[in-house]
Design a protein around this ligand. Sequence first.
Ligand code: AKG
Length: 276
Amino acid sequence: MRDLTRYGIPAPMVMVCIPPALVLAALPGVYRERIRALQAPQRDGFGRFALKSDAWSGRGANGSGTAGGTEGGGMAEPGIILRGFRILPGHLDRAAQTALVEDLRAVLRVAPLFSPQTPYGRPMTVRMTSAGRYGWVSDRTGYRYAARHPDGMAWPAIPDAVLALWRALVSDARDPDCCLINYYGEGARMGLHQDRDEADFSWPVLSVSLGDEGLLRIGNRTRGGKTESIWLRSGDVVVMGGEARLTYHGVDRIRFASSTLLPQGGRINLTLRVVD
Ligand SMILES: O=C(O)CCC(=O)C(=O)O
């Protein structure tokens, strides 16, 4: 049986044995969305799916020659599919998460977190920095990739452990150009948006969550319409590719201090992108 409490569904609701349709209808919306997310893999036959080969569509599985493909048969791992977002709960164990945080501290010593502004001059609540050939920046002149940190230094290299994740889950034929590092302190959030500053949308975006839980909201390929949400926890990895590559998404809130990974609390999210 799946551990539904892991998705924030209270234990008593899990234990009572009444027809699932009745339970679903009676639940508040946010619980309903989580249960639907859990059911999705069973509905579409992706209760288990092979990474690289079908973790996303568009590259790799059919021998496009530019992605990792299915060599080795792919690694099967339980996952959740929500509107095409492939979520791998707990992909990184605690030791891997801790090691990754250490790697990121080294990045931040060279390229500190900064507070971006929207093009409309409003400060974003998320602080950020990047590693790789490009970093993502935003200020009064717009959203864009830049070769340098706003303070003028080149971005540090993407840590090996992060590249290893990309190579294992997405492609070993081409590395990402940018590892955007978002830090969500208490009260930080990210509005619904599309990731569309990259040149080639056939490359997926790979996202890694560390630290406090964050409520990911997933919308549609155009603005508006119904959305669904799922709590992401430390160690969860998400692949946004294929049809989901241009889907609106955002983080409504975090549960500050819900994780012990970061001593000061907060949530780190990494997104790996091929830029040009
Ligand atoms: O924090 C997250 O889980 C999502 C981050 C995101 O959407 C982005 O950086 O574009």
